[in-house]
Design a protein around this ligand. Sequence first.
Ligand code: CA
Length: 238
Amino acid sequence: MLVVEDDVATATALRHVLERHGHQVTVAHTGSAALSAAGNEPPDLVLLDLGLPDLDGIEVCRRLRSTLPDVVIVMLSGRAGEMDVVVGLEVGADDYLAKPVGADELLARLHAHLRRAEPRTIPGTTLSVGSLTLDTDARQACVAGRPMPLRRKEFDLLARLAAEPGVAVARATLMAEVWDEHWFGPTKTLDVHVASLRRKLAASGADTPRIVTLRRHGYRLDADPSDLGNREGNRTCR
Ligand code: CA
């Protein structure tokens, strides 16, 4: 596990808590030290402070994500504004914790993420919705036979929706099944992942399945975009 924190006292406290719970911890005090540490020995999880003396934590996250697509990145920041959360998730963070964070909450969240780093989809299944196919063994998504690269959680989320095409899935269900059953963080992460999936699906072809927003409920994957009445989820009756 890589802890990126410029404040020496905070970094030392984090190291002690994590090591006491059996984690092997590398500490980096700057963004550039973090990038070279991650390059030398790819970590399973990065706990990343946003306020660093050299590079912004957002930039560090972006670079880590581009080289390590599967690493779990948890941002830690005193700046808990909504925009920071959204930007952090958009550049590839898996979670965002506001300082100060208690040791128990920190450990619960990190352990949940490390458990979730295992693929959550049922092995040996191929899901097909319209032109979209998801091979859950290979963890590969294809549209009309062409691969559509997805990040880990994007794949899990799309696979969950594709398991029941045309069926509304509640936000709480998606958070529990794709992220964690004890999720108590911002559910904004769900909307950010949906937005990213929509961009990728739209870029993959004209007749790709669409993710429909059901206001105050959740999302639904529709095979046929002509069914898409509007973004409120009304569709043509059959
Ligand atoms: Ca800092």
